[in-house]
Design a protein around this ligand. Structure first.
Ligand code: PEP
Length: 252
């Protein structure tokens, strides 16, 4: 039985002041919740310490949105897994489509990041997903296959229970467009089959596969009720306490 993971990706939103206020609201509404889901927020780096501090002893978790593959050195502007570890984060997102598009991250680099995250004792949330033209041209399965297999080749089946994959069709991110529950389930089952082919059935059953792309209270129930959907990676709706908390309640 896979535990749901409801993860908020704040992207480049919520600096320390705003993050403190939002973390406070989330933690407060969390107090009366009775849920088996794991709840995670990934703030911008500079806001992580404030969110970690507010979430301490609540069970709520904090993660990072990106990382470099080296431990330290002359990489101006970058952050290492050791630094993220020191901040008491548990998860790191790798290969978000915005990083692939604007920072030219390749499947190989994303896989290296996932490996580094995993080897450091952190849990990678690897984002995969096709662009609109790739869906229209019916090559979306190939795209997601390449993205997923690059990661499966560098990690191994002993990493399965720590690995999270987020299927995020790029055409649904921040657009208000959502994959239908059937489209999401098709791709989640497809990804799980790829894992089974590479690592075996048992390992594939322990990898959590999140859906991401305009998830909100109005569509969360249908998406989260699909058998291979194990939670959500949520952008816009995680920046509003009410909608994020509503999704958490729906996931119960
Ligand atoms: C995301 O940033 O991963 C995301 C899914 O964003 P949104 O929920 O805003 O589409």
């Amino acid at each position: 039985m896979r535990q749901f993971l409801i993860a908020g990706n704040w992207k480049m939103n919520a600096g320390p002041k705003e993050a403190k206020a939002l973390a406070d609201q989330i933690a407060e509404s969390w107090e009366d919740k009775d849920t088996n889901s794991e709840i995670l927020i990934c703030p911008p780096f500079v806001s992580i310490p404030f969110v970690v501090k507010r979430f301490r002893d609540t069970g709520l978790k904090t993660g990072a949105q990106n990382v470099h593959t080296e431990n330290n050195g002359a990489y101006t502007g970058e952050i290492s897994t050791e630094m993220i570890h020191e901040l008491s984060c548990e998860y790191v997102i790798a290969g978000h489509s915005e990083r692939r598009a604007y920072f030219f991250e390749t499947d190989e680099l994303v896989a290296e990041k996932a490996k580094k995250i995993s080897d450091s004792g952190l849990k990678p949330i690897v984002c995969v997903g096709e662009k609109l033209d790739e869906r229209k041209n019916d090559i979306y399965r190939d795209v997601v296959k390449n993205q997923t297999e690059a990661v499966l080749e560098l990690l191994d089946s002993s990493d399965a229970s720590q690995l999270v994959i987020a299927y995020e069709p790029v055409w649904a991110i921040g657009t208000g467009e959502t994959a239908t529950p059937e489209q999401a389930q098709e791709m989640h089952a497809f990804i799980r089959n790829l894992i089974a082919d590479e690592w075996g059935q048992e390992a594939s059953e322990s990898v959590r596969i999140l859906y991401g792309g305009s998830m909100k209270p109005g569509n969360a129930e249908e998406l989260l009720s699909q058998p291979d959907v194990d939670g959500g990676l949520i952008g816009g709706a995680s920046l509003k306490e009410e909608s994020f908390s509503e999704i958490i309640s729906i996931a119960e």
